[in-house]
Write a protein that binds this ligand. Structure first.
Ligand code: F6P
Length: 322
């Protein structure tokens, strides 16, 4: 193997840059040429490829986003387009591809290698943490901490005005961000797609607190989930119970910002490991971290298996609020 390429794909996540740096330097230090593909699969299919030198990844370890830019590429769902992409890689003398992204991007990588034989290694890069085969995805820890910084501020207002705030966090169809954030901010309730929730009992306990002459304030964390408009429907229900809920949708703020130390170290470890696996002849695998060990999992499993939300986290949240 003489040259590899890498791309970042799907929603950007803090830690993609340290991963790009790690892959680039780990490969260069083993005498392998490195090419960066701009704008994910969208750049690959038009040959937007540039050679990366060590100096190109200087001073990026602390930066959010991705210097390679990212995109969600509909066209890559077409097998004809994937074949063209493989031709482009071959024309550039590229012997293998490392893809950093979430489940959709990793599915694309799996199909590319299955159909064309181009060796592919994936890294889990998404704030959602909804990827099987790794305890944490690159960017998850930063997103949780970014959300917490905002929610701690919202809490000040909630306490001062004795109000309830509904805070919607990202996570696509999963509640990984919501459950971590909920515990860390001491939420009164966490609403995740994986579990039933009981707004009535929360309303009852708020009303009881008021009847005792206690101020009642609180934070409800709502995972965006697959049901659009859930947060505003919950606000309406709270209003019907006499509350004056505030609603805050944190949105894309959770995708940006400097990666935490955890994400920088995770990305650096996984990036270097991805290069080693590729040079050792592995393909069609994702490299993750499970119980502090580097683990390679078949991309087929990554696509088929769902990462389960830890039920203990949701139970713990219920146990901890008064
Ligand atoms: O997958 C990352 C993520 O931020 C999800 O949490 C969210 O549902 C989605 O991407 C938003 O995507 P877009 O930026 O394309 O609107």
């Amino acid at each position: 193997m003489r040259a590899i390429a890498l791309l970042t794909s799907g929603g950007d996540s803090p830690g993609m840059n340290p991963a790009v740096r790690s892959i680039t330097r780990a490969a260069l230090n083993q005498g392998i040429k490195v090419f960066g593909i701009n704008r994910g699969y969208s750049g690959l299919i038009i040959g937007d490829i540039t050679e990366l030198h060590s100096s190109d990844v200087t001073n990026i370890v602390q930066r959010g986003g991705t210097i390679l830019k990212s995109d969600r590429c509909e066209a890559f769902k077409d097998p004809v387009v994937r074949n063209q992409a493989a031709e482009i890689l071959r024309e550039h003398g590229i012997d293998g591809l490392i893809v950093i992204g979430g489940d959709g991007s990793l599915s694309g990588a799996h199909l590319l290698t299955q159909e064309t034989g181009i060796p592919v290694i994936g890294l889990p890069g998404t704030i959602d943490n909804d990827v099987y085969g790794t305890d944490d995805t690159i960017g998850f820890d930063t997103a949780v901490n970014t959300a917490l910084e905002a929610i701690d501020k919202i809490r000040d207002t909630a306490i001062s005005h004795e109000r309830i705030f509904l805070v919607e966090v990202m996570g696509r169809n999963s509640g990984h961000i919501a459950s971590q954030v909920g515990i860390a901010c001491g939420a009164e309730m966490i609403v995740v797609p994986e579990y039933e929730f009981n707004l009535e009992s929360l309303c009852f306990s708020l009303a009881t607190q008021r009847a005792r002459g206690e101020g009642s304030s609180g934070i409800i964390i709502v995972a965006e989930g697959p049901r659009p408009g859930l947060t505003s429907r919950l606000a309406t229900q709270l209003e019907e119970h006499g509350e004056k809920p505030g609603v805050c949708i944190l949105g894309h703020i959770q995708r940006g910002g400097r990666p935490t130390g955890h994400d920088r170290v995770l990305a650096s470890c996984l990036g270097a490991a991805a290069v080693n696996y590729m040079l050792a002849g592995f393909s069609d695998m994702m490299i993750g971290m499970v119980n502090n060990e580097i683990v390679a999992t078949n991309l087929q499993d990554i696509i088929e298996k769902k990462k389960v939300l830890n039920p203990q986290l949701v139970e713990l949240a219920q146990l901890l609020h008064k």
